[in-house]
Design a protein around this ligand. Structure first.
Ligand SMILES: [Zn+2]
Ligand SMILES: [Zn+2]
Length: 388
């Protein structure tokens, strides 16, 4: 595209300026300030504590609030929880809960299609941040958040979101820094206040935003797909570490109404842990969970598909001798792929009918799933060996 033909009228000026300026200042002004004034600033303990508090509060505002509560209604929350996530969600500067949820519901409905607001098929940059900098098409009218429009707290936040964000995200931490320094008789309270503004306000905003953006970009490109390959979403433990547990995106796209994203006990999903804890003290309720049997059915189906597709591909690449040696493994893998498909189907039917599936059956099926994984692994090793 020639530069003079660039559709300037499609640039989102305010959003672009905010995103670019905050990112540039975080990379230049913040390190310069720390380098120059680290010795003069008193109260670094407070500055760091505020950064950590704001990082988690605004992060959970998005993951627990905007995402799992408002976009997916995966649980119900009492007003104190709603108010908290609306205040700190605004301070993450990712738009109002209403707008965020509207975009996100379209993302799930039309994932990887042209209507998907952060469609990964338009490239990593577009899915990560490009879609916020310029619009390829005019924004469609918002029609998919009627339930949220009926909530007065959500609508109050929607109306004043930029003011709430500026106040909670920048004014409050700056004021806390100044008040703390004044009460403690520090020589220069404004220096402590500036450190709080730059680190708990500015730098924290950029870090939390980039984390959220990684879900739309990295988690639609890199990682495993144990539940379905029907869409580009992937599970990434590394991204989960940066995003309060939202990295298990393959599971999430398959079962979007589950309040858990990291569904396995060993997966890092602090957002899930907090929702569960809040339910124990009565602040949230009606947590929605997909049954273990339904999840296992999805895993079995996907594994049978992977196995079916991969055996022939791998076998065709093996040299004559390795293929003969592995003939039995290949035949077993073929049989297992067929068996798994049938078992996945009947398990899914049982789970949809809410029928009880015995522990032994579940264990047996998990055993088959592992066996399929081991077979694939052994064929991959043979392939690597024969290529060497
Ligand atoms: Zn997604
Ligand atoms: Zn979602």
């Amino acid at each position: 595209m020639k530069f003079r033909n660039f559709p300037i009228y499609r640039i989102e000026w305010i959003t672009s300026t905010f995103l670019i300026v905050t990112a540039l200042l975080s990379l230049t002004l913040v390190p310069w300030f720390i380098w120059t004034y680290h010795a003069q600033v008193e109260g670094w303990g407070l500055v760091i504590a505020l950064f950590i508090f704001y990082y988690y509060a605004t992060g959970f505002g998005i993951t627990l609030g905007y995402h799992r509560l408002f976009s997916h209604i995966s649980f119900k929350a009492k007003w104190p929880v709603k108010l908290f996530v609306l205040l700190f969600g605004a301070a993450s500067f990712e738009n109002s809960a209403l707008d965020w949820s509207a975009d996100h519901r379209i993302h799930h409905k039309h994932v990887d299609e042209d209507e998907d607001p952060y469609d990964i098929s338009k490239g990593f940059f577009y899915a990560h941040i490009g879609w916020l900098l310029f619009r390829l098409k005019p924004k469609p009218p918002v029609t998919n958040v009627k339930d949220l429009e009926a909530d007065p707290l959500v609508m109050w936040q929607h109306r004043y979101v930029q003011w709430i964000g500026a106040f909670v995200g920048f004014v409050v931490p700056t004021f806390i820094g100044w008040a703390y320094a004044t009460l403690n008789g520090f020589t220069s309270p404004w220096l402590t206040a500036t450190a709080c503004f730059l680190i708990a306000g500015l730098l924290r905003t950029v870090v939390v935003q980039q984390g959220t953006f990684c879900i739309n970009s990295l988690c639609h490109m890199f990682g495993r797909q144990p539940y379905s390959r029907d869409h580009s979403a992937r599970d990434s433990g590394a991204v989960a570490l940066l995003t309060f547990g939202e990295g298990y995106h393959n599971y999430h796209h398959e079962f979007q109404h589950d309040y858990r994203n990291g569904v396995k006990p060993w997966q890092f999903d602090p957002t899930k842990w907090i929702i569960w804890t809040l339910s124990k003290v009565g602040l949230v309720e009606n947590l929605r969970r997909v049954s273990d049997s339904r999840i296992l059915a999805a895993e079995l189906k996907e594994k049978s598909r992977t196995l079916g597709m991969d055996i022939d591909k791998l076998a065709s690449r093996l040299d004559q001798r390795t293929r003969e040696l592995k003939a039995k493994t290949i035949a077993t893998a073929h049989e297992l792929a067929k068996d798994l498909a049938g078992r996945a189907e009947s398990l899914k039917e049982l789970s949809l009918a809410k029928a009880d599936v015995s522990g032994e059956t579940m264990d047996e099926l998990r055993g088959l799933l592992n066996q399929a994984g081991e077979l694939l692994e052994s064929l991959r090793r043979a392939d690597a060996g024969s290529a060497a």
